[in-house]
Design a protein around this ligand. Structure first.
Ligand code: G3I
Ligand code: 9MR
Ligand code: ZN
Length: 565
């Protein structure tokens, strides 16, 4: 088996494929029907426990002429065809962004934007507060995933990925994606993100705390969103949602200021109220589904990282002297407490802090991107140290075995998010080393050594993306519609119910999961299957083949890095 990134390569980027057998390999030009002279260097990377086999890394980086190619071995193994082209990531980036439009709740998707996936508006915005007769008005927002729930922490993290991607890589978002707001003067990434922010900001309760989620009591069946008539309920306030809400709305107030000052101001005042709630409520008001409630839980044993992110983002807004003191003190406490509970990895895997459950890297990004000297030097240095510690750990994981920063224990539910989050950390670390985060400038140290280190982060980053797009032991691209072996049967209620054979393109599915957490995979696969192969392209396998907004958003962030210049 020879596996390769099915979306293809930029002409001057590094190019590798993976074979599970040794041998001699060559590159075929599919258009010309001839074997090229491009050398293929083979490196024996040893046995890999995540794939359960040998790993040979085939490097053909000198191939740079645009075209369609495949890799072949003397024994007759061949890879799928892939392209070398300057636009390799542009179409993908746009599809990953358009995905969010297809997730819109309470909105009619018209044919001129949605094509065959047009559908009626769904789910009324007035929802009843769980165990009360009161209601709140929460229109808009994205359906979380293959279900139709809307969850604040998951949604705020996804929205933040989009906003940070726009702040760091604005050039990547210059073209539009044909959504109703296109052409109104805002980049579409901000138009689309606004749709979610409208929902998030309405989830705040009168005391400043934020409801955890708006979902029905139990998941509906495989029906279209507008056919789901179960009552929507707003569940209790949690510190997790309140902190993620505060951080996300602080970023929004900064980003939308230039386009819509009134909206920016509203986001800010809501974020400040959430900040006040956080200061008055020291405990982690964790969420668990009450008996009888069967929808997503998004539970978390610690809210240190969420609060750290919120306090960092709040400190970047206009505050009184007293507020500044209070948030700075709390930020320091949260960082110390977070570090205490995350001792050195000692060979175990390392948290990336870029997902819905651990947002510590979002806090790091928030601090490092400050241009106004808001944070004290010591805190900034510690945060930077954490970033590099993570990036180094992820780069090290690629030194032997499969060229992806994943250990056996990382193949949990949403493993593709972990792959993509780690790509994002490597990208952020490379960019920070290049002096391009937080006002830019030169980085102290030997310039050659810095260059080598940036190159090593970027190489590891690229391999993470290659894994998602086909260079994996399943020999599939995990993004619908992208690649010869792209996955096609995701766990998305819309896709099962809409009667259209082809899934909506641009959806990243969760990926291999060794938890055997749905009946389908538990029934069909041996429990000693290698981690990378614990996957079914079958909508019944929701623990391996669902889609989710914060999975697409992290991949969008990572792919946008490749388009930053
Ligand atoms: O982090 C722990 C790790 O420390 C531990 O060793 C390992 C072994 O069990 O588990 C890891 O936690 C897992 C966690 O995902 C990792 O993020 C949990 O077991 C696993 O159950 C959990 O799965 C979550 C899943 O919901 C079930 O709760 C997914 O992350 C989460 O993305 C998914 O989210 C669902 C929503 O609830 C509902 N909507 C769809 C959405 C996507 O599937
Ligand atoms: O569709 C649901 C998916 O969004 C969730 O991630 C998953 C785990 O909470 O649950 C799915 O719903 C399943 C339910 O939990 C059990 N019965 C089958 C449902 C899928 O059809
Ligand atoms: Zn809906």
């Amino acid at each position: 088996m020879i596996v390769v990134d099915e979306t293809g390569f930029l002409p001057f980027a590094g190019k590798i494929a993976v074979s599970d057998k040794a041998g001699r390999f060559c590159i075929f030009d599919d258009n010309e029907g001839i074997r090229t002279e491009v050398p293929v260097n083979v490196r024996d990377a040893g046995y890999d426990e995540t794939s359960g086999g040998a790993v040979y890394i085939l490097d053909f980086s000198t191939l740079s002429d645009p075209g369609i190619y495949h890799v072949e071995s003397e024994e007759g193994d061949r890879s799928v065809s892939f392209a070398v082209q300057p636009d390799a990531y542009k179409t993908l980036k746009n599809a990953l962004l358009k995905f969010f439009y297809f997730q819109r709740c309470g909105f009619e998707l018209e044919e001129k934007y949605a094509g065959p996936y047009a559908r009626k508006a769904c789910h009324p915005g007035i929802v009843r507060i769980y165990r009360s007769d009161d209601t709140i008005d929460v229109h808009k927002g994205w359906h979380d995933a293959g279900d139709y729930g809307r969850y604040v922490s998951a949604g705020a993290v996804a929205a933040a990925h989009l906003l940070y991607a726009y702040e760091l890589f604005p050039k990547a978002f210059e073209d539009g994606v044909n959504i109703p707001e296109s052409g109104n003067g805002l980049p579409d990434v901000l138009n689309e993100c606004r749709y979610e922010l409208e929902f998030i900001k309405d989830m705040q309760s009168s005391d400043g705390g934020v409801h955890h989620k708006a979902t029905s009591e139990v998941f509906c069946g495989y029906i279209m969103p507008h056919e789901d008539d179960k009552d929507m309920l707003a569940f209790p306030v949690t510190s997790l949602s309140t902190a993620d809400f505060a951080a996300c709305l602080c970023i929004a107030s900064r980003v939308y200021e230039k386009y819509d000052p009134a909206f920016a101001k509203e986001c800010l005042s809501k974020a400040h109220r959430a900040g006040g709630w956080l200061l008055s409520q020291e405990d982690n008001t964790d969420f668990h589904n009450p008996p009888g409630v069967i929808t997503g839980e998004y539970t978390d044993t610690s809210d240190r990282d969420e609060r750290m992110w919120a306090y960092a983002e709040l400190l970047k807004t206009d505050l009184s002297v007293d507020e500044k003191h209070a948030y700075a003190k709390k930020l320091r406490e949260m960082l110390d407490s977070y570090k205490e509970s995350h001792p050195h990895a000692d060979g175990r895997s390392v948290d990336d802090g870029f997902g819905w459950q651990d947002v510590s890297s979002l806090a790091i990004l928030s601090v490092l991107s400050d241009t106004k000297g808001i944070f004290d030097r010591a805190l900034r240095d510690e945060m930077e140290g954490m970033l590099y510690e993570r990036a180094d750990a992820f780069a090290d994981m690629q030194k032997t075995g499969w060229p992806v920063s994943m250990k056996r224990e990382d193949f949990v539910w949403g493993s593709n998010m972990i792959v993509s989050n780690r790509a994002a950390i490597l990208a952020i670390a490379a960019m920070n080393l290049a002096g391009r985060i937080g006002g830019g400038g030169s980085v102290p140290g030997d310039p050659d050594k810095i260059k080598t280190r940036i190159a090593s982060y970027e190489e590891a980053y690229a391999n993470q993306i290659h894994y998602i797009l086909g260079m994996n032991a399943m020999d599939v691209s995990y993004v619908t519609g992208f690649g010869e072996h792209a996955v096609g049967d995701p766990h998305n209620r819309v896709t099962v119910a809409d009667g259209i054979e082809k899934a909506i393109p641009g959806e990243l599915t969760g990926g291999p999961c060794t938890l055997f957490a749905d009946e389908e995979i538990a029934k069909r696969l041996d429990h000693d299957t290698s981690p990378q192969k614990c996957y079914l392209d079958d909508h019944r396998s929701y623990s391996t083949n669902e889609i989710a907004v914060y999975w697409n958003s992290t991949l969008l962030f990572s792919v946008a890095y490749a388009l930053k210049d």
